[in-house]
Each structure stands twice: as structure tokens, then as C-alpha cells.
Design a protein around this ligand. Structure first.
Ligand code: AMP
Length: 214
């Protein structure tokens, strides 16, 4: 099963993507996580990506697309995957469709986790991330067991640079300009499904499972 997660930054698509990956036994492929890992390891790609990410801007399509096309051909992705944070622009979606067509394949579902803008800014201010293992939390909706400490690896949690309020508004503008058109794109492809992302995390997941099947 090949799934794309769509939705504004902070809509909860990453959390849902991880749950989908665990339930269906497919890899969770997050371009944001891949970029952050590259930044942490000081790679050339990481250096290039960081300048865009810190400003709330998108990393250029060429850098992003090649990375994903390579990743989805790894052996662990043979039975499907869930893409989180990719595609984020029409050229990225076209690149993905073309790459899959070459492989004789196509996406099965694009799931749009729908949350209005007014909820987003509040949500993102409460996000906390572990920069060591990539786990994400929310101080209200998904709090760690011990305040400020990662449940998985014990590292101190931080508010990511790009989750700070001044950057969030910019990311939302970028989302509306460049990513929202994908909703039309995948509606035309006939694979778009929307879920109400304002519901509780588990309810949203059950709505997704109802779409994907048990
Ligand atoms: P995320 O963790 O998905 O919210 O991504 C964090 C940041 O990484 C974004 O604000 C972008 O700067 C960058 N990024 C992640 N995925 C993409 C993508 N598909 N295209 C361009 N930039 C991306």
C-alpha cells in the first residue's frame, strides 16, 4: 500500500503517518526527518537544506525529489510506504507520478488531514521534538511521560526552530501557496481522501483505518 499524507504543517500528519506505518508494516518516509538527519550529520545536503528550513521555506524540488525517488526503491519499501511531507509542490507530485510510472507503479491513497489555520498556530507552539531520535510530542495532546524528556531515548526535548510562531505563519503561507494545490491534483487522480484532523488523535487514526481497511 502506497500512501501520501497531506495537510498543513502541524495538522498531525506525521503522528498519523507513524501509526499507519506501524499498523500496516510499511516504512514511514518523512522528508523533514531525512533533512534533519542530514543536518545533524553535517552532510552537504543537510547544509543546503538548513538555510531554507530555518526560514520556513521549502527546500528546492530537485534536491527533494531525487532523494525520495531513491528512497522508495530501497528493499524495505517493496510492499509500500507512507510518505509524510512529500510531495509538497505540484512539480514534486509530477516527479513522483513520473518516477512511479517508470517503475510500473502508482500511489494508492492521498490522505488529507484537514485542520483549519486558526488551530494550527496554537498546536505548533505546543510541539516538542527530540532531535536525537526524531520522536515528536505535544505538551497538551501527546505529552511525554516526564516533562521535557524524550520517552524513547531520554534526550531533552526542544521547540524546533521552524515551529516558532514567527516561522509557523510563514510555513502556513507556503502551505497554502504551494502544497494545497495538491488536493486538487490528487482529487483528479481519484485517490484523495479527507479526514477531520481536529478530532482526537485516536479518532483520526480510526477514520484513516476505515479508509485503508483493517
Ligand atoms: P516537516 O518536518 O515535514 O514539517 O518539514 C520541515 C521542513 O523541511 C519544511 O518546512 C521544509 O523546509 C523542509 N521540507 C520537508 N519536506 C519537504 C519537501 N517535500 N519539499 C521541500 N521542502 C521540504
Amino acid at each position: 500500500m502506497k500512501i501520501i499524507m497531506l495537510g498543513a504543517p502541524g495538522a498531525g500528519k506525521g503522528t498519523q503517518a507513524k501509526k499507519i506505518a506501524a499498523k500496516y508494516g510499511i516504512p514511514h518516509i518523512s522528508t523533514g526527518d531525512i533533512f534533519r538527519a542530514n543536518i545533524k550529520n553535517g552532510t552537504e545536503l543537510g547544509k543546503k537544506a538548513k538555510t531554507f528550513m530555518d526560514q520556513g521555506l521549502l527546500v528546492p524540488d530537485e534536491l527533494t525529489c531525487d532523494l525520495v525517488v531513491d528512497r522508495i526503491q530501497q528493499p524495505d519499501a517493496a510492499n509500500g510506504y507512507v510518505l509524510d511531507g512529500f510531495p509538497r509542490t505540484i512539480p514534486q507530485a509530477e516527479c513522483l507520478t513520473a518516477a512511479l510510472a517508470k517503475l510500473g507503479s502508482k500511489m494508492d491513497y492521498a490522505i488529507n488531514v484537514d485542520v483549519p489555520d486558526e488551530n494550527i498556530v496554537t498546536r505548533m507552539g505546543g510541539r516538542r521534538a527530540c532531535l536525537k531520535c526524531g520522536a515528536t510530542y505535544h505538551i497538551v495532546y501527546a505529552a511525554p511521560k516526564a516533562e521535557g524528556i524524550c520517552d524513547t531515548c531520554g534526550e531533552a526535548l526542544v521547540l524546533r526552530e521552524d515551529d516558532k510562531p514567527e516561522t509557523v505563519q510563514k510555513r502556513l503561507n507556503v502551505y497554502h501557496d504551494q502544497t494545497q494545490p495538491l488536493i486538487d491534483y490528487y482529487t483528479k487522480e481519484g485517490i484523495l481522501k479527507s479526514v477531520d484532523g481536529t478530532k482526537a488523535l485516536e479518532e483520526v487514526f480510526q477514520d484513516i483505518v476505515a479508509i485503508l481497511g483493517e
